[in-house]
Design a binder for this molecule. Structure first.
Ligand code: GAR
Length: 194
């Protein structure tokens, strides 16, 4: 399975997925990293692993369609079969959605549908809930919506700090995402056989 990872920032989830590919936990290959942020740390991580990097901002394109058509050109070039969003902070448009139906997944740091958006960890912590978690879901046209594939719960302890809670969320993400990606690969293999 040829995988493209999309990331806008730090790229710790990208790293966890790349490690899982290396150890064989994921029976697939990351054929490209795409970033909309030319200074994203995820790019450094990909370069260190010799994974091809494609990076340009939508600002350099005439429209969202133009932006996504440019991305699509690379996805087709690398024969990508699965798009994995890992901290990619943009809404996916119709061009990519219609080209990759049920083949774009996202990870979000809350128990969706609670706390969608860019600050799921902080929002849950500030709300004072006793637990939050991590969700992996198929992507649709919304912000952190689309059919849920898997969730794990992460408690918020009474004397927790945001930093400690955030760390546990990321640990949960780094375990869950590789596992779900491998499950998807396994399911697709079995579908092809039957
Ligand atoms: C992750 O916590 C991911 O769940 C979140 O961005 C972070 C990226 O971290 N995504 C969203 O909030 C999507 N709405 P990373 O760059 O270290 O992987």
């Amino acid at each position: 399975m040829k995988i493209a990872v999309f990331a806008s920032g730090n790229g710790s989830n990208f790293e966890a997925i790349a490690e899982a590919v290396e150890t064989g936990e994921i029976q697939g290959e990351i054929v490209m990293l795409f970033s909309d942020q030319p200074d994203a740390y995820a790019i450094e991580r990909a370069k260190r692993r010799d994974i091809p990097v494609i990076s340009f901002s939508p600002k350099s394109c005439s429209s969202k369609t133009d932006y996504e058509l440019r991305i699509l050109h690379f996805l087709h070039g690398y024969q990508v079969e699965l798009i994995v969003l890992a901290g990619y902070m943009r809404i996916i448009g119709e061009t990519l959605l219609s080209s990759f139906p049920s083949r774009i997944i996202n990870i979000h740091p809350s128990l969706l549908p609670a706390f969608p958006g860019k600050s799921g960890i902080q929002d849950a912590f500030k709300a004072g809930v006793a637990e939050s978690g991590v969700t992996v879901h198929y992507v649709d046209q919304g912000i952190d919506t689309g059919p849920i594939i898997a969730q794990v719960r992460v408690p918020i302890h009474p004397n927790d700090t945001l930093a400690a809670f955030e760390e546990r969320i990321h640990q949960a993400e780094h375990q869950l995402y590789p596992r779900v990606i491998q499950e998807i690969i396994q399911c697709r293999k079995e579908d092809r056989k039957s």
